[in-house]
Design a protein. Structure first.
Length: 407
């Protein structure tokens, strides 16, 4: 099992409770960003681009704990920035544990080994280590040599000390499935409890705009990466979310499932977009124009987004319906079976790799960030594979719950 039974039970009873109360929109994971300052400068990061006076701001432990109470989500993901830089990180962790929350403390692990002595292993505390692949890919992704080795050493130390450790991997359109498989093997050997993986989101502010995935390319790439998964690989995702990434199930986004609290307050509508802030969680839930967002919404920034902070909650919510439970059973059953690709999918994947190689050659590196600019051929194929993609700006009814549909 990818998470302890007590955590699965806490989440299941919480979701059932929300459903019994008839709540259509409820938070599942609080994304708590107590600071934006980081000790790295990753190429795909949209958080560290703020001006210095914002990077200096911190959410106090008192405010962080009050936000968690106000939101009520059973899981808190402490992100950032680098949370281990926060001067009150221990108080935040201790307070959240006392509140009964399950914590994923996201870290790039540069400071983790030294910081471990400040914490005590606990079933409610997991270190979620940012690892973007094997050494070559990870060090390039975080723009600093040696980071992979430091993180791997810290992971092993944390595991040895009895901490729960997971990994969090963002994959861009230059990802090589074989290398990603090697990476999964290595993380399992290192003793991590489970792995999270998600396509990168095209941040407007991120320095490298050419590495981000386009929706149909994302599906074919993830089908290559996750199709026929080894039994040894454990993922910290619901099977329905993994099926969604592979294009087997379609969901719309439930941004309210992962609400974000940071130095500005409650962020509308999600972790990735900042369309305004409110003082209270209630105001954020009540004043956000939810129908604008998600793949069927009208906001162009959502059209290629398939990230877990938008769609994992959709998959979890779906699992509590009869149809969703059947989809989950099927996703589980098919998880390790070899997958077949249509001719168009193979062609699209070949284009994806060719773009990656071309970009790598022009950069003088073997698997550098890929170009998505050479799209004439891809566009034609995409029209065949997803003819409606150009008309996806359909109006969406307000209050439409996330619903899963088999493809
Ligand atoms: S480690 Fe995380 S917060 Fe820091 S620069 Fe990289 S992606 Fe951004
Ligand atoms: S699809 Fe959802 S998670 Fe992605 S940017 Fe839009 S609202 Fe945010």
């Amino acid at each position: 099992m990818a998470v302890p039974i007590s955590q699965a039970w806490t989440v299941a009873t919480y979701v059932l409770g929300q459903k019994l109360r008839g709540r259509k929109r409820y938070p599942l994971v609080l994304m708590l960003e107590p600071l934006f300052r980081c000790n790295l400068a990753c190429e795909g990061c949209g958080k560290i681009q703020f001006p210095d006076h914002i990077l200096k701001k911190r959410v106090s432990a008192e405010k962080a704990l009050a936000a968690a109470e106000e939101c009520g989500a059973p899981i808190v993901s402490i992100a950032g920035g680098e949370p281990l830089i926060h001067p009150e990180i221990e108080q935040i962790v201790d307070g959240l544990i006392k509140q009964g929350r399950y914590i994923y403390l996201c870290t790039n692990a540069l400071l983790l080994e030294r910081a471990l002595k400040k914490f005590t292993p606990h079933k409610q505390l997991t270190f979620s280590v940012h690892m973007d692949g094997l050494k070559e890919e990870h060090d390039r992704s975080v723009s600093r040599d040696g980071t992979f080795d430091i993180a791997l050493k810290a992971i092993k130390k944390a595991v040895e000390m009895g901490f729960r450790v997971t990994t969090n991997t963002t994959l861009f359109n230059n990802a090589d499935p074989e290398r990603v498989h090697e990476f999964f093997d290595l993380m399992m050997e290192a003793g991590v409890e489970s792995m999270m993986t998600s396509p990168g989101y095209p941040y407007e502010k991120a320095p490298d705009q050419e590495i981000f995935l386009e929706r149909d390319r994302t599906k074919v790439l993830f089908k290559k990466i996750l199709g026929g998964a080894k039994k040894e690989w454990r993922f910290n995702h619901s099977p329905n979310f993994l099926a969604f990434l592979k294009g087997d199930i379609d969901y719309d986004c439930t941004p309210w499932g992962n609400p974000t609290y940071n130095v500005f307050g409650w962020q509308k509508p999600c972790y990735l977009l900042g369309d305004g802030y409110t003082k209270t969680f209630k105001q954020m839930m009540e004043t956000t124009e939810w129908s604008r967002y998600g793949q069927h919404g009208t906001d162009e920034r959502c059209k290629d987004c398939m990230v877990h902070c938008g769609y994992e909650a959709s998959a979890v919510d779906d699992s509590f319906s009869l149809g969703g439970a059947i989809r989950m059973w099927k996703a589980n059953k098919n998880m390790h079976k070899p997958v077949t690709f249509t001719e168009d999918e193979e062609k699209l994947y070949a284009l994806l790799r060719a773009d990656a190689m071309k970009r790598a050659e022009s950069c003088g590196a073997s698997s550098c960030c890929s170009s998505s600019k050479d799209v004439a051929g891809s566009e034609k194929l995409l029209e065949n594979i997803a003819p409606n993609r150009v008309t996806r700006q359909v109006q969406r009814e307000e209050n439409v719950p996330a619903s899963g549909t088999d493809r």
